[in-house]
Write a protein that binds this ligand. Structure first.
Ligand code: 16G
Length: 256
């Protein structure tokens, strides 16, 4: 961790006009990043140290830091502190390739891990029956995960798989698609629907973001080569780190 005076131009803090204190602190952090005294991956000094040094309350420091997290300038790792986000940490994800989270992150040199929120089997809900085209009595495997890339929470994902394709969800340790592939049931085609949402308090807490932060809600329904549905997954991707990119082509050839 870097010492405070090395990082922030503390003497400038008071002389910043009438702006609220948290806004002045945000500016100080941004200036330190622009000046190169704080760079990608650097730990930001702790709330208490910053509060003492600048003679402001911890609530003010927390507000400044959490807004910078929401703006994608800083990120938080659970239990270990607040860090400077790399500008290149935004993930650009083509919308037209059917890849898994693990593959997407590996391509970028990022290591994935997850907290399991649920990994069980059970009866499907009426929506899941419809989405998966199930018959009465069919059961499903549920995989609910908080997914991270290099320790940074990226997405909350609930995958529902007909149990005939994944009899025991406890066998999935890393990649779901790798487990499905091993069973000859990797999807080859998918339909995806995206919309923007504001995170609930609980979702925001899991992703280490302030309440109400924006996120992308994505529903994916994936198919096997014989047209049967193998996956119904709902994902919440943090809005500050994900760009979904689509290549568009002209629907009809233009004649000269
Ligand atoms: C992606 C997929 C999700 C799939 C998962 C498998 C989106 C929006 N969703 O997160 O549907 O279940 O990858 O990842 O891309 P895994 O094989 O690494 O577990």
């Amino acid at each position: 961790m870097i010492g405070l005076p090395d990082v922030f131009a503390v003497d400038r803090f008071r002389g910043e006009g009438n702006a609220p204190l948290y806004a002045k602190l945000k500016k100080l952090v941004r200036e330190a990043i622009d000046a190169g005294s704080l760079t990608e991956g650097n730990a930001i000094p702790g709330e208490r140290d910053v509060a003492q040094m600048l003679k402001i309350s911890r609530v003010t420091v927390r507000k400044a830091f959490s807004e910078l997290v929401a703006e994608g300038v800083l990120f938080q790792r659970r239990g270990s502190g607040t860090y400077v986000m790399s500008p290149s940490r935004r993930i650009e994800q083509p919308l037209s390739r059917l890849t898994s989270f693990t593959e997407d992150m590996e391509l970028r040199g990022l290591k994935t891990d997850a907290d399991w929120l649920d990994r069980s089997t059970g009866l499907p809900t009426p929506t899941e029956v419809l989405k998966l085209g199930l018959s009465p009595g069919d059961r499903v495997s549920r995989l609910h995960r908080l997914r991270r890339a290099d320790g940074v929470p990226m997405a909350i994902e609930l995958a529902i798989i007909p149990q005939k394709y994944l009899p025991d969800p406890l066998t999935v340790r890393g990649s779901l698609y790798a487990s499905l592939e091993a069973r000859g049931a990797r999807p080859i085609r998918a339909l995806q629907r995206l919309h923007a949402i504001a995170l609930t308090r609980q979702e925001a807490k899991l992703l280490g973001l302030p309440d109400g932060s924006p996120a992308l809600s994505i529903e994916r329904i994936s198919y096997l080569s014989d047209g049967r549905v193998v996956e119904y997954t709902r994902s919440l991707y943090r809005g500050d780190s994900y760009d979904f990119v689509a290549e568009l082509t002209l629907a009809h050839e233009v004649r000269p």
